[in-house]
Design a binder for this molecule. Structure first.
Ligand code: SF4
Ligand code: SF4
Length: 197
């Protein structure tokens, strides 16, 4: 008897499902917002005057279980300054062929330079295009920011940046030297640190 009722019960599930409303996603025509703390594409953040928060420490790269991050740090100089303090991330890459969006890298970052946005549309047709460079990952320049390299806010120390004492670039701040053209390329995605984890 049990052998007979088993298939009947199975077909009953199939039959009942026929009358349920289809759960169809109309992506990409209808895009549903993600959860606020969704782990999407990364972003390298800036201080309010435009200097970069990344100090090139490589902690994110060491924390990554998928070996997806490459960082090369370099020294700031007074002639060419990209971040407050001693070091900055000269070269920075994230390989989205490897990344599993676990978020361990952003937990490891001591300066909140690295966060994750809600952007999830990362599919592409070539392997090379899924290795994002520093220029692609850098946050856009918002009002009050000047593209690095440029001097720190006059009279401020590195820790003042983290205490929130610098709220915009000092009047008269200009981008230093010939590297200016390269540095301004980072104006890509418009997802700021807010809503980002
Ligand atoms: S989210 Fe995870 S896998 Fe992706 S780069 Fe960060 S630590 Fe690596
Ligand atoms: S993103 Fe953060 S952890 Fe990674 S190198 Fe820059 S400062 Fe260090």
């Amino acid at each position: 008897m049990g052998n007979f009722l088993g298939p009947v019960a199975g077909f009953g599930v199939t039959f009942a499902t026929m009358f349920k409303k289809a759960n169809t996603e109309f992506y990409p025509f209808e895009k549903k917002p993600t959860a606020p703390r969704y782990h999407g594409r990364h972003q390298l953040n800036r201080h309010p005057d435009g200097l970069e928060k990344c100090v090139g420490c490589e902690l994110c790269a060491w924390a990554c279980p998928a070996d997806a991050i490459f960082v090369e740090g370099a020294d700031n100089t007074e002639e060419e300054r990209f971040s407050p303090g001693e070091r900055y991330g000269r070269n920075y890459q994230i390989n989205y062929l490897r990344c599993i969006f676990c978020g361990l890298c952003i937990e490891a970052c001591p300066t909140r330079a690295l966060t994750m946005t809600n952007q999830y549309e990362l599919a592409d047709s070539t392997r090379a295009s899924l290795i994002f460079t520093k220029e692609q990952l850098l946050a856009p320049l918002h009002e009050g920011m000047v593209a690095p390299p440029h001097a720190m806010y006059p009279g401020m120390e590195e820790r003042d940046y983290y205490l929130g004492k610098v709220t915009e670039a000092a009047p008269g701040t200009v981008t230093q030297g010939a590297a200016a053209g390269d540095a301004a390329v980072g104006d890509v995605p418009d997802e700021h640190e807010a809503g980002v984890r």
